[in-house]
Design a protein around this ligand. Structure first.
Ligand SMILES: NCc1cccc(NC(=O)c2cccc3[nH]c(C(N)=O)cc23)c1
Length: 230
């Protein structure tokens, strides 16, 4: 997160950190008792290694009573996800045990209606806090206004790559960045988006932040959780 601030401890108890060999790779959000939603592109960073899901954390390094690392029982990428585009960039992870009560489920938007442009939303994560790639220890957060798809699809912005299943936020100075992928975009207390890497640049107003619109994937999400045993 560029240009944000530290979240209050355990202020966002739905936040997940996807980890490989104890290192934070991506964010995620707890959407059902044993299910974490994240981004499919995050699997590319795993280099085929096993990964875990950290829930209940504020600091990545300090021991905390609410923190717990979970093994992944199932990882389901959206079938439309691929390495070349940001389409269908969603990943569902079933964690191996019921999380501690300190972890909380974040409701997600089920109505497939665009968030009105200008709506102030929040992104959170343990991603880069500078262009040089500084990594935070405690969870960061930032408030960003939604940018209309019409505007976001113009040059020099994302030039017609933003589909109806994506949304954009302004990226002037304050933005999501590497390591924030998979984390939530929260508008009025409801998860509306999942961070995707998009143009892989951060804090440049010419490349607004891109998020996968969760409401466009409700049937897939419900199907996977039902089919895999909720
Ligand atoms: N909203 C934009 C956004 C949101 C989420 C993830 C990213 N991922 C990157 O941008 C990224 C990826 C790889 C190397 C990288 N190096 C740097 C850098 N030094 O700034 C960024 C990156 C961007």
């Amino acid at each position: 997160i560029l240009g944000g601030s530290s979240a209050g401890p355990h202020q966002r108890p739905y936040m997940a950190s996807l980890q490989v060999d104890g290192q934070h790779v991506c964010g995620g959000l707890l959407i059902a008792e044993q299910w974490v939603l994240s981004a499919a592109h995050c699997m590319e960073d795993m280099k085929g290694k096993a990964f875990q899901v950290l829930l209940g954390a504020h600091s990545l390094s300090q021991p905390e009573p609410h923190k717990r690392l979970y093994a992944v029982r199932a990882a389901v990428r959206h079938p439309g996800s691929n390495t070349e585009t940001n389409d269908d960039d969603l990943l569902l992870l079933q964690v191996s045990a019921a999380p501690l009560p300190s972890a909380r489920i974040l409701p997600f938007q089920r109505q497939d209606v665009d968030v009105p442009p200008g709506t102030l939303c929040e992104a959170a994560g343990w991603g880069f806090t500078s262009h040089s790639g500084r990594k935070p220890d405690v969870l960061q957060q930032v408030e960003r206004p939604v940018k209309s798809r019409e505007e976001c699809n113009k040059r020099p912005y994302h030039d017609n790559t933003i589909t109806d299943k994506m949304l954009c936020t302004d990226s002037r100075k304050k933005d999501t960045c590497k390591g924030d992928s998979g984390g939530p975009l929260i508008c009025n207390g409801v998860a509306e988006g999942v961070v995707t890497a998009g143009a892989r640049v951060c804090g440049n107003f010419k490349k607004p932040g891109i998020y996968t619109r969760i409401a466009a994937y409700v049937d897939w999400i419900d199907g996977v959780m039902l089919w895999t045993g909720r």
